[in-house]
Design a protein around this ligand. Structure first.
Ligand SMILES: Cc1cc2nc3c(=O)[nH]c(=O)nc-3n(C[C@H](O)[C@H](O)[C@H](O)COP(=O)(O)O)c2cc1C
Length: 208
């Protein structure tokens, strides 16, 4: 089993989502001896933005690329290759300004590649990345349940569910810690609940 572990929090050791994603990966590895884990910390090493500069670098003969251009193209290609090779993808994702961290968005921008992860035809869109399991280890300061007045601002999980559904993975496993900024007790309870949930994933989650 290939496990791809992504973290995107800027809070290092204080991060809730990093603790939850680590618990999920540990549980999956314990249940699948021999699983190979590839780790990317998007805060420490962000993927290059989709940009005119990157697009122009791609259009060049590889031999004509500068060292910076070659590095960025290789980085972006590695992001897609790692994702395609993964059986299980665990993503640590905090809510930032009602959405996802911009570093995670940059990473996602390298996954949406026509002919690799999705295709369009007269019959409509087809996701090509099926056969993987996706786990979101999510954390947010407030509460965004359907009964909450904040529900319409929940563009974190909903965006990721929509994106992965689009590329062929409609069943996303979500482990969330909500309300962590409501006070230390809320944070501790939310963290413990999410870590316990994450630690149970190995028993239930096999590669599709
Ligand atoms: C830059 C930034 C923006 C944030 N924006 C939101 C937000 O829009 N809504 C929310 O509920 N919490 C927000 N928070 C709080 C975080 O979602 C919360 O602290 C969460 O635990 C962060 O995940 P982490 O602990 O893994 O870093 C924000 C935190 C930061 C640092």
């Amino acid at each position: 089993m290939n496990v791809l572990h992504i973290d995107s929090s800027i809070l290092g050791d204080q991060s809730v989502s990093r603790k939850v994603s680590a618990a999920a990966v540990a549980s999956i590895v314990a249940a699948n001896p021999g699983a190979k884990v590839t780790y990317r910390d998007l805060d420490a090493q962000p993927a290059p933005h989709q940009s005119g500069v990157l697009m122009a670098a791609r259009a060049l003969d590889p031999a004509a690329r500068s060292a910076d251009q070659a590095r960025d193209v290789a980085h972006a290609d590695a992001v897609l290759d790692e994702f395609l090779a993964a059986d299980v993808v665990v993503i640590g994702v905090p809510m930032y300004n009602f959405g996802i961290p911009s570093t995670l968005k940059s990473w996602i921008d390298h996954l949406a590649v026509a002919g690799k992860t999705f295709s369009y035809s007269e019959a409509g869109v087809q996701g090509l990345a099926g056969g993987k399991r996706i786990v979101l280890a999510s954390s947010r300061g407030g509460y965004y349940g359907s009964e909450s007045p904040m529900a319409s601002l929940q563009h974190q999980e909903s965006y990721l569910r929509g994106f992965f559904g689009f590329i062929g993975v409609p069943d996303v496993e979500v482990v969330s810690a909500e309300g962590v900024n409501y006070g230390p007790d809320h944070k501790q309870k939310a963290l413990e609940g999410a870590v316990a949930h994450a630690a149970s994933l190995g028993r239930t989650l096999q590669a599709a």
